[in-house]
Design a binder for this molecule. Sequence first.
Ligand SMILES: [Zn+2]
Length: 161
Amino acid sequence: MAIPQINVAGDKEGQFISRTFVNVLGTEYKIRIKTDDEEPYFKLGIADGYCSGLEKEITILNCFRYARIKDESSTYKAERMKDALRHEIVHAFLYESGLDTDSHQEKEAWARNEEMVDWIAKQGHKIHMAWETVGCLPMIMSPDNWLDFNASQTSSLTEET
Ligand SMILES: [Zn+2]
């Protein structure tokens, strides 16, 4: 089955995020790509994305239509969006795990520590590769099972704009 491509910017540069949803521990999170005109939070320039555990949505800044970085390369914009998406997916996993809000203290909870979330977002695929290399992935995570699991939940990417 061909994986549908999300076209976030109305052109080829946006075709790297493959789905409008992600399975987070059995809960479907919508992935939305918005410009800073569509999402005032992005106008502040303090984040490229956010995750709403209550609404099961992840919203990512459309870097291809972001004036502040209009002169950057397509690679820069795509990698920046992927960075943000990985980061927000980590937030979603922590939320669905029940670790998001407490983690022993009201302020500076470890599960809301941006550095810790970023560490997982930046190292997760390397840890996964190490596990895969030595063949110790759990059965559900073998590439065939994982793709089948996600393919069964694939929704049209063009229905969400
Ligand atoms: Zn964060």
